[in-house]
Design a protein around this ligand. Structure first.
Ligand code: ADP
Ligand code: MG
Length: 357
C-alpha cells in the first residue's frame, strides 16, 4: 500500500504546552481511519495541521510524497468537516454545497449547468437528492451533517478529515450515519480520517484505529488488535472495557493487587497493571470460589445497567474497587444477582493482560 499522507515527527506547542509530540503516522490511500483519544490528546490539532489551518513547530506533512509546508489550506486538496458543521444559515442546501465551487480561488465554476450537475451528484451521494431547495433551518441534525459532508466532497478532495462528526447526533441517528459514512467513503475510494472520543465508534468505523495519547501515537492497528491486544495499559484504559488492577508480579505467575492474588503468565516481573476485559468474566455464587477454574476475585453485587444487546453488572471488590462484568444477551438471558450479596468473579489467566512499567 502507498501512503497518501504522511506526518513525520510533527510537534505542535501552544505556549508551554505540547499538543503534538514528534508524531509520525502514515495514512494509506483508500482507507477509513479512526483517530481515538481522550479530550485534549491532540486530535483536533492533528487534523488542523493536516488541513493547513495550523503550522507545526517542527516536522513535516507530506501529501503523496510532497511536503505541504508551503501549500496553503485551500490548495491542499484536503477536505475538513468541522465539529459544528458550520453551514451558511442564509443559504439553501444547494447553495451551501455550491458555494465552494462558485467561490474557490483557483478556477471558480461559473457554468450553471455544470455546477448543478456536480452539486446534484453530491446531494444524491449523501442521500439529500430532493432537499436542495430547503433552508438550513428546515432540515434535521443528521441532514445538516450530510450537507456539511457534501459541501466538502464536492471539491473532490483526496482526503476527508472529520472532527467528531457524529457527536451532535442522537444515538439512533449516529448508528445510521456510521453505516452511511462507510458507504460514501467506499463509493468514492478516498481516505477518511474520523476523529472520535468514543471507543465503540472508533472500533466500528475504522479499517484501522489510531490511538492518540498526550500528543503521541499510542497504537495504530486494525480494530480487532486494538480491542484484543492494546499495546499499553493506557490504551486499554481508553477502550473503557477492561477492569484494571494496579500491583506487582515477582515472576512467579502471581500478580499481587490490594486484597487479591491473581494468576498471570510467569513471563514478566515488576510493578504493573493487570487488565481483564468486562466480557471475559464469569460470575458464580461466592461459595464456589474454592472449586472455580481460573483465577478471580470476590466482590459484592451493586447494580446492573441494561443496554439492548448487552447488560453490564457492577460489583464492588477489595479496596472498594468497582468492577464491571458484561454479558452479551444474544447468547444468554440476563442473570438475577442480589444486591449486597457476595459473588466470585473469575476468568482464565490466559485472558488477562499484564503491562509492566
Ligand atoms: P482534542 O481534539 O483531542 O480534544 P486538541 O487538539 O483540541 O485536543 O488540544 C490538544 C491540546 O492543545 C489541549 O491541551 C488544548 O488545550 C491545546 N490547544 C489546542 N488548541 C489550542 C489553541 N488554539 N491555543 C492554545 N492551546 C490549544
Ligand atoms: Mg477536538
Amino acid at each position: 500500500m502507498t501512503a497518501v499522507l504522511e506526518l513525520k515527527n510533527v510537534t505542535k506547542r501552544f505556549g508551554g504546552e505540547v499538543a503534538l509530540d514528534r508524531l509520525s503516522i502514515a495514512l494509506e490511500a483508500n482507507e477509513y481511519i479512526s483517530l481515538l483519544g481522550p479530550s485534549g490528546s491532540g486530535k483536533s490539532t492533528l487534523l488542523r495541521i493536516i488541513a493547513g489551518f495550523e503550522k507545526p513547530d517542527a516536522g513535516d506533512v507530506l501529501l503523496e510524497g510532497r511536503s505541504l509546508a508551503q501549500v496553503p489550506a485551500y490548495r491542499r486538496g484536503i477536505g475538513f468537516v468541522s465539529q459544528g458543521f458550520a453551514l451558511f444559515p442564509h443559504l439553501s442546501v444547494f447553495e451551501n454545497v455550491a458555494f465552494g465551487l462558485r467561490n474557490r480561488e483557483d478556477d471558480p465554476l461559473r457554468d450553471g449547468a455544470a455546477l448543478r450537475r456536480r452539486v446534484d451528484e453530491m446531494l444524491g451521494l449523501v442521500g439529500l437528492a430532493d432537499l436542495g431547495d430547503r433552508g438550513t433551518d428546515q432540515i434535521s441534525g443528521g441532514q445538516k451533517q450530510r450537507v456539511a459532508l457534501a459541501r466538502t466532497l464536492v471539491a473532490d478532495p483526496k482526503i476527508i478529515l472529520l472532527d467528531e462528526p457524529l457527536g451532535a447526533l442522537d444515538a439512533n441517528l449516529r448508528t445510521r450515519m456510521r453505516v452511511e459514512l462507510r458507504r460514501i467513503r467506499q463509493q468514492l475510494g478516498i481516505t477518511f480520517v474520523h476523529v472520535t472520543g468514543n471507543e465503540d465508534e472508533a472500533l466500528a468505523m475504522g479499517d484501522r484505529v489510531a490511538v492518540l495519547d498526550r500528543g503521541r501515537l499510542a497504537q495504530i492497528s486494525d480494530p480487532d488488535s486494538v480491542y484484543n491486544r492494546p499495546e499499553s495499559a493506557r490504551v486499554a484504559k481508553f477502550l473503557n472495557c477492561y477492569n484494571m488492577f494496579e500491583g506487582r508480579c515477582d515472576g512467579d505467575g502471581v500478580f499481587q493487587t490490594s486484597g487479591a492474588s491473581l494468576s498471570c503468565s510467569p513471563d514478566g516481573a515488576g510493578p504493573g497493571m493487570y487488565c481483564v476485559r468486562f466480557d471475559k468474566i464469569k460470575v458464580t455464587p461466592a461459595p464456589a470460589a474454592s472449586q472455580a477454574a481460573g483465577t478471580g476475585i470476590q466482590a459484592t453485587f451493586i447494580t446492573s445497567e441494561y443496554s439492548g444487546p448487552r447488560i453490564t453488572y457492577f460489583f464492588r471488590g477489595p479496596g472498594e474497587k468497582v468492577l464491571e462484568v458484561e454479558y452479551h444477551l444474544s447468547h444468554q438471558r440476563p442473570e438475577e444477582f442480589s444486591v449486597g450479596d457476595e459473588y466470585w468473579l473469575s476468568w482464565l489467566p490466559d485472558e488477562a493482560l499484564v503491562y509492566f512499567q
